[in-house]
Design a protein around this ligand. Structure first.
Ligand code: NAD
Length: 350
């Protein structure tokens, strides 16, 4: 029998890559992509698969409890891969409440609908919650986040994701709802909305606009190519152990300023500009409040247990990402008009 898989947030950045992978790789599954299409959701991301017979798009809000229950009862999803979320830290500092609604209450609505549908009889069922390494808070100059690092979220975004992780785990204990959780580091790649660092800077370099670097630029993040994240999600969904958490990371730490300089170098070459042209756009701006100094993931568990590791180097992934944005200028133009301009002015020109 066809396995019915609900993927939430499938019109967003990571979700669109996961939807495409599952639709193409598993013709026997039916993939339902549920997304309300916020500013970050874009069906253009899925143009190439929208006609496939094993794909259905459902426009719905995970905050709409009744609608979510009705959808679960009519489609009878066997599994959920939950990515829908408000995902941008800066926006969570401006408006924390929407993060509480979507990331916490929205997740609860899905958990409840799944539980009611299967009446606590979960044979061959799975709820997969996609989360972030930001739930662990910040590291000093040394050390790595492991699956047993205590949660210590510092932003409204990470607090909302931490809370949803706890609810998923609690439903596993209280109602025996079968779950897996993954906590992943910063993703980059095609289709990422240009509010996040790499596409924001690619867009600004194309337009000769300033590159706003927070604080002294010494913040450190681990970066993972989005297709490697999607491959990890596929593995964990099929082979991850029930009630387990897996950390996913790129073994690829970069100080923001070094990353920006590498990006500038690659952009100068690709745009045939003199060396140093893009770097001259770097402007240091007032720091983000509560900015975490360093995130770094120990991905040994998923590497050893599920034999997963990243398939591309950062230099390769970054180069492919830049090529994608340069070849999809219309996509970029579409998402950076209108409301994006207001957001940008508020965020960087205050
Ligand atoms: P994104 O912002 O690009 O996409 C989020 C998607 O969710 C959008 O399509 C949006 O329309 C949809 N959505 C938002 N609110 C909704 C609602 N109320 N109902 C239905 N759909 C809704 O996010 P992303 O970067 O692709 O992240 C996806 C998931 O992965 C999130 O849960 C995020 O916390 C997690 N994550 C992201 C990263 C990263 O680096 N981007 C890293 C680790 C984990």
């Amino acid at each position: 029998m066809t396995k019915k898989i609900l993927i939430t947030g499938g019109a967003g950045f990571i979700g669109s890559h996961v939807v495409r992978l599952f639709v193409n790789k598993y013709p026997d599954y039916h993939i339902y992509n549920l997304d309300v299409l916020t500013y970050a959701g874009n069906l253009e991301n899925l143009k190439d698969i929208e006609q496939k017979p094993n794909y259905t798009f459902i426009k719905a809000d995970i905050n709409d409890e009744q609608k979510i229950n009705d959808l679960f009862q009519s489609y009878r999803f066997d599994a959920v891969i939950h990515l829908a979320a408000e995902s941008h830290v800066d926006r969570s500092i401006e408006d924390p409440l929407i993060f509480v609604k979507t990331n916490i209450i929205g997740t609860l609505n899905l958990l409840n609908a799944f539980r009611y549908l299967w009446a606590d009889d979960f044979k061959d069922k799975r709820f997969y919650h996609i989360s972030t390494d930001e739930v662990y808070g910040t590291l000093g100059l040394k050390g790595l986040f492991t699956e047993s690092t205590p949660y210590a979220p510092n932003s409204p975004y990470s607090a909302s994701k931490a809370s949803s992780d706890h609810f998923v785990r609690a439903y596993g204990e209280t109602y025996k709802l079968p779950f897996v959780i993954t906590n992943c580091s910063n993703n980059y790649g095609p289709n990422q909305f240009p509010e996040k660092l790499i596409p924001l800077f690619i867009n600004n370099i194309i337009n000769n606009s300033p590159l706003p670097v927070y604080g002294d630029g010494n913040y450190t993040r681990d970066w993972l190519y989005v297709l490697d994240h999607a491959a990890a999600i596929d593995l964990v969904f099929h082979q991850g152990n029930n009630k387990e958490t897996y950390n996913i990371g790129g073994f690829n730490e970069w100080k923001n300023i070094d990353l920006v300089k590498l990006l500038c170098k690659q952009m100068d070459i690709k745009l045939n500009r003199a060396e140093g042209t893009s770097e001259s756009l770097i402007t240091y701006v007032k720091d983000r409040p509560g900015h975490d100094l360093r995130y770094a993931i120990d991905a040994t568990k998923i590497n050893k247990e599920l034999n997963w590791s990243p398939s591309v180097t950062f230099e390769e992934g970054l180069s492919q990402t830049i090529d994608w944005y340069l070849n999809n200028k219309e996509w970029l133009l579409h998402v950076t008009t209108g409301a994006y301009q207001d957001y940008y002015k508020k965020q960087y020109q205050k």
